[in-house]
Write a protein that binds this ligand. Sequence first.
Ligand code: IFM
Length: 451
Amino acid sequence: MSYNKADFDNAFASLKDDMLFGVATSSYQIEGSAFGNCGPSHWDDFAKIEGAITGGHDGSVACDHYHLYESDLDLIADAGFDAYRFSFSWPRLLPEAHNQINPDGLSFYDRLIDGMLARGLSPFATLYHWDLPSRLADKQGWRHRDTAHYFADYTDIIMRHFGDRLTTIAPINEPWCVSWLSHYWGHHAPGLRDLDATAKAMHYVQLAHGLSIQVMRESGHNNLGCVLNKEYAVPVDDSAEAMAAADLFDATYSRWFEDSIFKGQYPSSVLSVFEPFMPRGFEEDLKLIQQPLDWAGVNYYTRSVVSPDPTEPHFGFSCGRGDLPKTDMGWEIEPEGLRFFLDRLHKEYCPDLPIYITENGMAHAEAWQDGICHDEARISYFAAHLEAVSQARDAGANIKGYFAWSLLDNFEWAFGYDKRFGLVYVDYETQQRHPKASYYAWQDALKAQRR
Ligand code: IFM
């Protein structure tokens, strides 16, 4: 993509008036799980499996945000952002047992949230961004119904301590990754490749969402949403078979989650494959899953080119990439997909609900010149996606905010520290932070808005 800062400024200018802007991170990716009596999570366990993570990396130190959170919050505020999307760590708050709170964990999130408020940053909280306590993972994790109920109890604990200081709350980040990516493709902890496990995880993660919303609603919260990740399904050609494969991909990746949350049903094409493994009485749970929400969040990065694949035993499709420009993850840059999902959410699922883009960004390899980390390609990526947001808003979607992923370079799951998504470069040897060109582009735009 060619770089033109005016494109970014223009796209930003078309949105700035009544939208908020923020950055997003997650607990395991930045905090450092070795600090503050945090308990082990299944990501700590997964990291010990040879070959599971590039370079054998893990999140034990990560960006040491546990100790450096004050200066990290300064970076967010100094850029002029309005909000910070962060996640609570379940094993940090409840390392030993579901009712035994770690005082260091409580104190950390107290200081973190108060630090946001003191800087005028709105706290956008996620309760679960993938760090499942090992003690639950060892008891079948998301394959077991109890995990959904323990999640509701954990929700209640968080709300009692922090609920009145949070601007918005979403129970679960990217349920597709929690279930399909981790139990069918095996790329994330717990690294399973099993249809039975996938069917159960895809249902129980949704049940956990519903139970968690119910707990929060009953205690009077009215700022509750969901954060769903989306990948734009493009058929490899215009054959009927390719179209059907792309539709089934979209049903597994996207519609499973929004159909259940907003319509109380699962797509029949996916259910027919899962049916033998679905928990008894799942139909009743759908009523719990379909809780009224106050907003919806979309995480969007790329598209998938979907092909029919007779060698794929259960769903008969496989996904690849096409020939659009790619990020350092090898992900194609396709802003049209973001526009598609914003339109669909608005038209088919939740016409009146405020929508946030809760994550959007790209990995980019480091390139230094004159003491600055140059990531102009990232600025262009943001510009193109902000333009898509602007088009969706013009078409009527009630879009209220946009969060760049991510504040910092961080632990990119199975890719370890090799992929850098940050607006701020992290030197993992020294834990020094270095704002990149994209950080300064946001700072210029946000500060100009205030003048
Ligand atoms: O780093 C992840 C994040 O944890 C969830 N959404 C996608 C990001 C980039 O892969």
